[in-house]
Design a binder for this molecule. Sequence first.
Ligand code: SF4
Length: 351
Amino acid sequence: MYRDNTKVVKIGDKVIGGGNPILIQSMTNTRTDDVRSTVEQILRLEEAGCELIRCTVPTMECAKALAEIKKQIHIPLIADIHFDYRMAIAAMENGADKIRINPGNIGGEEKIAAVVKVAKERNIPIRVGVNSGSLEKNLVEKYGGVTAEGLVESALDKAAMIEKHDYDNLVISIKSSDVLMCAKAYELIADKTKYPLHVGITEAGTVLSGNIKSGIGLGIILYQGIGDTIRVSLTGDPVEEIKSGKIILRTLGLRKGGIEVVSCPTCGRTRINLIELANQVETLVQGYDLDAKVAVMGCAVNGPGEASEADFGVAGGDGEGLLFKKGKIVRKLPESELLGALKDELDKAVL
Ligand code: SF4
């Protein structure tokens, strides 16, 4: 498996690569210099399960804000830098645990050297990120357009720009909104580098289309053993990115823990408001640190079967439902009491 053999890289108090668990990352969408809003968002993300957080650092005020933000959060902080090498240096001086740069756009050799010098002194990893939207002209011409091969060459060239300064504390990412191109690029680069890979489908879209594209793209890539950290990019509340990332990892068997909810699609037999109940259950289970499966089923056809295979389950009847626990019926309840009864069982299970 590729990810078992990637280089181990330490980001703050977390470790990625070399077969360590795949970590879920997100990015704030607040102004980084608005410390209060940024911290508030990061704390919500932490609660949802975010393990690495990235903030954009376009100004010196933002770089300085990192020091204050860091004091109030509990996960490693990554600074995202474009164009100005001074921001990268200031971000590291203000406590960034990792920086993400594009060595191609921070102003030349001397400036790269200056950034690497500070990273080296503090042992701060650098993520070299390439994006299909900004692939170099010469590579577009060489490969006859934006291609997976061009993205890989660009990423390796950029890693080499840092390696030249005798630094290999690196992570690589290749982002494209074209799912299949992105998957192909990761397949190609996994054979060519030992650096940990941060994987994501960029600009994937709104919550619906972004989730589908990310599910497919990350699914293809992760299933091949590629990828050490992930981000699901959504045009929406970043907390949604974390929820989706957790489901993707759990579905692929790459992460244990958390409650999986299975629910039926409903049909003409359904006699309770199952859609509402399933959504309420999905929200309810977010708050539990429990490795379990909860089934929310509409009727007696598949309901008891599915519910009995789960750790907890409800199977709807006509305005009422059965509550199951480890395959056994616990009791029959009116529809209005099903959610509360399920919550009571979950509460007992975590005690
Ligand atoms: S479990 Fe029952 S209600 Fe749900 S889809 Fe199947 S038959 Fe319909």
